[in-house]
Design a protein around this ligand. Structure first.
Ligand code: DGJ
Length: 731
């Protein structure tokens, strides 16, 4: 890994193990010269970055040189209004009302390591040897606007982390209207675009479509990264599949409104950009002030989508997630939400925990309904005091009872919300997002607290801290169950109201930083009606997320497969729930439900006291089995074998780093009459090792398993699953 600067060519070459990224200065403009397979550091580039004379509709910023037009120059951080008509990366309004700024090279710095991003989540290094950072300084002397483009390249990963810091060095205030995190111009448009889209209970379904003239864009205006679109986009060559072909991934480390776009222009070049959504955004930059954009993590793979995913998985698992739980095996839990909803008392909870203890479960999670007067979802959010009618001995007593059964105690909270029917709302009606004189739109009978306000955050910090100090809580599920409307703050001046959606997220990050630092032993799991905020920003504070409110095993195939495009398995909560399934009414076997849930952070979400003896026996076996494979699933490499988006079968496997252990899961949704005999070719094994198949005792070489494959099961019936465990043996 290195960053080279060739002064003669004014060329920056960022080089990792298998990847190169190049930036060249052209008349002071930072041009995008190359991104792809690693290039040798020797040799020049001048013939690669071609410039040609175009017609007058592509204007020339340097009048004497008609070969340069910003409309055709591939750029690193394109501007608006000075001859580039494509999507700009930034847009600034000056005090005189004009919107023209022209950022040109004014200096650079290459340093070891990676500096943290102030107030924002970001990937990090543990030693300066792991990465190098290039800071490219651009300036617009007329306005005093300065932008520092930051690029970090890693030793271990084919990834670049990009972000931008704007500084107002002029005497007049500036208004930032748009400030994206990254923009890359690709030389052609022979790509497909892949993104992860969906809705509540069907999050992160894979969408792959051809590029064409114009723009494919995804965004969130919901105040959260959202169930509907994930802050991620990739370009792939049309022939790229799981194992081969080029992929370029763009992932934004942010949890609020974002925008990502792939724009094909008149000359068939493609501009991909990602960052804060410019919609309803403006940020006042007074003289001397700075603004830091979130970080975008760009990954290149020429080993297909699987290669890209494994890079994101390792990077996010090891250098985005933090804290003592980062490298620890995650506990098997039982959660009472789908077991009881709001209808429980201490005895009921203790009975579930007691069954859990018999079955080998390690953590009990008390979900919604334990506080205020919350017997349904219409009241009490904001009143974080225990409901003594349900839990007369309080949380402390309940937690101790659970602990005595040998389980850790976990607690659900939804601290970003307030119910209009609550003491908090009656005391502080101006503490929620609202616009004076307008309706306060409710969703699930709740309003959003104004986290842009420090006093609101302090109140929540104190309310939660006093519980977490008193009660032996080992795990917190942090939920968030609605999106933002009437985005206004009573605490911010009229001309700064367009800052609120972003200030909210900065406030959320600040509070999460304080809480996770104050309670480092607690394992935090984020949740937003399932996967409404499954993004890298949240993973920085909380190493796992509740993947979806849909617990149906068949629906989960697509949700977990789609999520795994970017996010590591160790970040995905997956629970076995009751049948008929509460979301879709489907009946699947306990084996299939177990196999799907064991492909993530495993747990149960059903009333364990209502199970038949044979179900309990099976759960006991599942729990014991997961304990054996847990490290492999949570820390191993994921290889996707068959996509639920392409047919009736789904398969994936986990392989240990030393390739000596693997577990394979295969699922078939609907029975097929008189079906052909199918084989399942494995991946990621060592072709020279011989593997022992645990259930059959058969010993087969890795090359056979990968190139000939296993027989897919021929058993009849819908929704079947089977698993195979492999261990390399000495010959
Ligand atoms: C939405 C979550 O995703 C569920 O798991 C559950 O915690 C409910 N909220 C509780 O209100």
């Amino acid at each position: 890994m290195a960053i080279f600067y060739n002064e003669q060519e004014q060329l920056f070459h960022l080089q990792s193990q298998d990847m190169s990224y190049m930036i060249q200065l052209v008349k002071g403009y930072p041009a995008h010269a190359y991104w792809g397979k690693r290039l040798d550091e020797r040799g020049n580039l001048s013939n690669l970055l071609m410039r040609v004379e175009r017609c007058s509709f592509s204007p020339n910023p340097v009048a004497e040189d008609r070969s340069i037009s910003l409309d055709t120059l591939p750029q690193e951080y394109p501007q608006y209004g000075t001859s580039d008509f494509r999507n700009p990366a930034y847009h600034v309004q000056l005090a005189d009302g004009s919107r023209i700024t022209e950022l040109k090279y004014s200096g650079h710095r290459i340093t070891a390591g990676k500096p943290p991003l102030e107030g924002l989540p970001a990937v990090y290094v543990e030693s300066d040897k792991e990465a190098q950072t290039l800071e490219l300084e651009l300036a617009d002397p007329y306005s005093g606007l300065k932008a520092v483009l930051s690029y970090t390249i890693f030793e271990q990963f084919n990834a670049i982390a990009r972000s931008v810091r704007f500084i107002n060095e002029g005497g007049q205030p500036l208004k930032l209207l748009r400030g994206l995190s990254a923009s890359v111009d690709f030389a052609d448009s022979d790509y497909e675009c892949l993104h992860l889209s969906g809705a509540w209970t069907r999050e992160r379904h894979i969408q792959r479509r051809e590029l064409g003239p114009g723009c494919i864009s995804i965004e969130s205006r919901r105040g959260a990264s959202s169930h509907q679109h994930n802050p991620f986009m990739a370009l792939l060559r049309p022939a790229t599949n799981e194992e081969q072909g080029e992929v370029y991934g763009f992932s934004l480390v942010y949890s609020g409104n974002f925008a990502a776009a792939a724009e094909v222009d008149q000359f068939d070049t493609t501009r991909v950009s990602i960052g804060l959504n410019p919609f309803d955004f403006a940020w006042e930059l007074s003289s001397g002030e700075a603004f830091q954009t979130p970080e975008a993590v760009l990954v290149y793979s020429d080993e297909g989508l699987g290669g890209m995913s494994r890079t994101y998985h390792r990077l996010y698992r090891k250098r985005l997630c933090r804290g003592v739980h980062r490298d620890k095996e995650r506990p098997i839990l039982v959660n009472n939400w789908e077991a009881t909803y709001f209808d429980f008392d201490a005895e009921k909870i203790e009975a579930i925990a007691s069954e859990g203890s018999e079955l080998g479960i390690e953590l009990f999670v008390l979900d919604d309904g334990w506080f205020g007067k919350r017997d349904d979802d219409t009241t009490s959010l904001g009143d974080w005091t225990v409901d003594r009618a349900k839990l007369p001995g309080g949380l402390e007593d309940l937690a101790q009872r659970v602990n005595r059964l040998g389980l850790q105690f976990g607690l659900w909270v939804e601290p970003e919300m307030v119910s209009p029917e609550s003491v908090l709302y009656q005391t502080h009606p101006d503490w929620c997002l609202h616009v004076p004189g307008r309706r306060r739109t409710e969703a699930r009978s709740q309003l959003v607290l104004d986290y842009s306000r420090a006093d609101v955050r302090d109140y929540i910090f104190e309310a939660l801290s006093s519980i977490l100090k008193q009660v032996p809580v080992a795990y917190v599920k942090w939920d968030m169950n609605r999106n933002m409307t009437e985005i206004g703050s009573a605490a911010l001046a009229a001309d700064r109201q367009m800052e609120i959606a972003h200030r909210y997220i900065l406030g959320l990050y600040e509070l999460l930083e304080r809480l996770t630092a104050a309670f480092p032993h607690i394992l935090f799991e984020s949740c937003s009606g399932g996967g409404g905020r499954f993004d890298p920003g949240m993973l920085y504070y909380m190493p796992q997320t509740w993947t979806s409110d849909d617990t149906d095993a068949v629906e989960r195939l697509k949700i977990q497969y789609g999520t795994s495009i970017v996010y590591p398995v160790s970040s995905m909560g997956a629970h076995v729930s009751a049948v008929p399934n509460h979301q879709v009414g489907r009946i699947t076997s306990l084996t299939t439900r177990g196999d799907v849930a064991m492909s993530g952070n495993f747990g149960y979400e059903l009333d364990l006291t209502k199970l038949a003896q044979e179900e309990k026996d099976m759960i006991k076996r599942q729990v014991a089995e997961y304990k054996e494979i847990r490290s492999l699933v949570q820390n191993g490499d994921l290889f996707r074998l068959k996509s639920p988006f392409l047919g009736n079968e789904t398969a994936w496997m986990f392989v240990s780093e030393d390739r000596k252990e693997a577990v394979v899961y295969y699922f078939r949704v609907l029975a097929e009459p008189n079906a052909p005999l199918r084989r399942l070719k494995l991946k990621g094994l060592n072709p020279e090792y011989t593997y022992l198949q645990q259930t059959t005792g058969e010993a087969v070489r890795g090359d056979r398993l990968m190139h000939v494959g296993l027989h897919a099961p021929t058993e009849t019936g819908d929704f079947i699953s089977f698993s195979v465990r492999l261990r390399a043996i000495e010959e």
